[in-house]
Ligand binder design. Structure first.
Ligand SMILES: Cc1cc2nc3c(=O)[nH]c(=O)nc-3n(C[C@H](O)[C@H](O)[C@H](O)COP(=O)(O)O)c2cc1C
Length: 337
């Protein structure tokens, strides 16, 4: 019996399989942050491809929280209707819809001064440390975006706390040099994310995921031990799933190989007793099945392989000898049978 194709229910939301489309920025929005017809086609194709949960790309919670003008946004109500249309397309084609809420922080590329935890320059560019008042506004921005996501009909919310963006900047001792309650100890560096989770939880009762960079690839950075502690706190805050990515804070890239981040999902799952999703160079059905069967993660997120092959669930099913449901209009002549 394949676990990859066994449904899973989280806070009443049933995923028809354990395959997640990992959030991937496409820079295809208009300058107003609204989803376009291209997004309908791009994500709709993966719903037809039978992905259980599609998590939309990093979506800015504040206008200032973008890195490019073509990011998706949920910082104002005008952005809700196209998102609602997109969610309907995914639902009509059997997928659950998730969205990743995000603030780019110091990694902003477009004009305007980037925000950061501590005002350290990044790539030779000055950044501005958030004041306590701006921290409150940013936390509120996550809550407001969560309300808009609920109005658009999303099933799952994911907070982007990875890859060196604003929340990761606060979490890491490499970048957070604040002397107030948002810096210093592990608990202090977690405080910003703690407030964001509490704010989102106060308006959102559905499944809540948090994506982290469980390895910062520096002796002085957070280690997996720190992330086990962060994940334990997340569990106390009613987070349902920790998505275990890595890197993105420093400029160097790690050495990568198939399943290179799966050990983080395994360790956090085992030691913090919270559900995890594995991601990173998972491209084969048998590889995804191994992760689930050996209890290393609860969900498997697929990134680039789903860009190459929108029908990856069918490819994986074939590899595992499983027959999956076809899109209804193909029923009589499904090319997989
Ligand atoms: C084009 C592209 C855009 C990405 N954008 C995001 C993003 O918006 N948010 C995020 O958390 N990760 C992002 N990622 C990382 C992916 O979600 C994923 O973690 C990574 O590609 C590793 O998985 P893979 O080997 O299956 O592609 C992006 C990756 C790519 C290739």
């Amino acid at each position: 019996m394949s676990l990859l194709f066994t449904p899973m229910t989280i806070k009443g939301v049933e995923l028809k399989n354990r395959i997640v489309m990992s959030p991937m920025g496409t820079l295809a929005a208009e300058e107003d942050g609204k989803a376009t017809e291209w997004h309908m086609l791009h994500y709709g194709a993966r719903a037809m491809g039978q992905v259980g949960l599609i998590i939309l790309e990093a979506t800015a919670v504040l206008e200032e929280g973008r890195d490019y003008p073509s990011n998706l946004g949920l910082w104002c109500d005008d952005q809700i209707p196209p998102m609602r249309h997109l969610v309907r397309i995914l639902h009509e084609n059997g997928s659950k819809a998730g969205i990743q809420l995000w603030h780019a922080g110091r990694k902003r590329v477009m004009e305007g001064e980037p925000r950061s935890s501590s005002g350290l320059p990044y790539k030779g560019r000055a950044t501005k440390a958030l004041t306590p008042e701006e921290i409150r506004e940013t936390v509120a921005g996550f809550g407001q975006a969560a309300i808009r996501a609920a109005k658009a009909g999303f099933d799952v919310l994911e907070i982007h706390a990875a890859h060196g963006y604003l929340i990761n900047d606060f979490l890491s001792p490499l970048t957070n040099t604040r002397g107030d309650r948002y810096g210093g100890s592990r608990e202090g560096r977690y405080q910003f994310l703690r407030e964001i989770i509490d704010e989102v939880r106060s308006v959102w009762s559905g499944p809540l995921f948090v994506r982290v960079s469980a390895n910062e690839y520096s002796e002085q950075g957070n280690s997996i031990r720190d992330y086990v502690q962060f994940a334990a706190w997340m569990k106390q805050q009613d987070v349902d799933m920790v998505v275990c990515s890595s890197g993105g804070l420093l400029l160097e890239s790690p050495r990568v190989y198939p399943g290179y981040q799966t050990p983080y999902a395994e360790m956090i799952r085992r030691e913090a007793h919270i559900a995890t999703a594995a991601v990173g160079l998972i491209t084969q059905g048998i590889q995804a099945e191994e992760i689930l069967q050996n209890g290393r993660a609860d969900l498997v997120a697929i990134g680039r392989e789903l860009l190459r092959d929108p029908y990856w669930p069918r490819t994986a099913a074939k590899q595992l000898g499983v027959k999956i449901q076809e899109p209804a209009p193909y029923e009589s002549f499904w090319f997989g049978t």
